[in-house]
Design a binder for this molecule. Structure first.
Ligand SMILES: [Zn+2]
Length: 95
């Protein structure tokens, strides 16, 4: 069941090879800084171009937005979360 991740040529420099690495992914959710350790990303070994794994990104979106896909009833949010708050999320590496 072990799946070898393929490499593919870099679109940026066209000389390097994009390889799967695990990095810390940062994103903002409302006013909260979300950090996701061990996030899969493709990194070029020549120019350093980084592309986050699309499937991991998609599942992360679902994790961050449980309401995703549902119609938004009210966009009014009176609660303001303080900035600089950090939340750690562990994505599952399963399919
Ligand atoms: Zn490159």
């Amino acid at each position: 069941m072990s799946e070898a991740y393929p490499t593919y040529p870099c679109h940026e420099c066209q000389a390097g090879v994009m390889r799967l690495q695990f990095v810390t992914y940062f994103t903002w959710l409302d006013q909260e800084l979300i950090t996701v350790p061990n996030f899969p990303a493709w990194v070029c070994d020549v120019c350093g171009r980084r592309e986050y794994d699309q499937r991991a990104l998609a599942s992360l979106q679902v994790m961050l937005n449980p309401e995703a896909g549902r119609p938004v009833q009210s966009s009014k949010r009176l609660r303001r979360s303080p900035p600089q708050k950090t939340k750690e999320i562990r994505p599952s590496s399963h399919e």
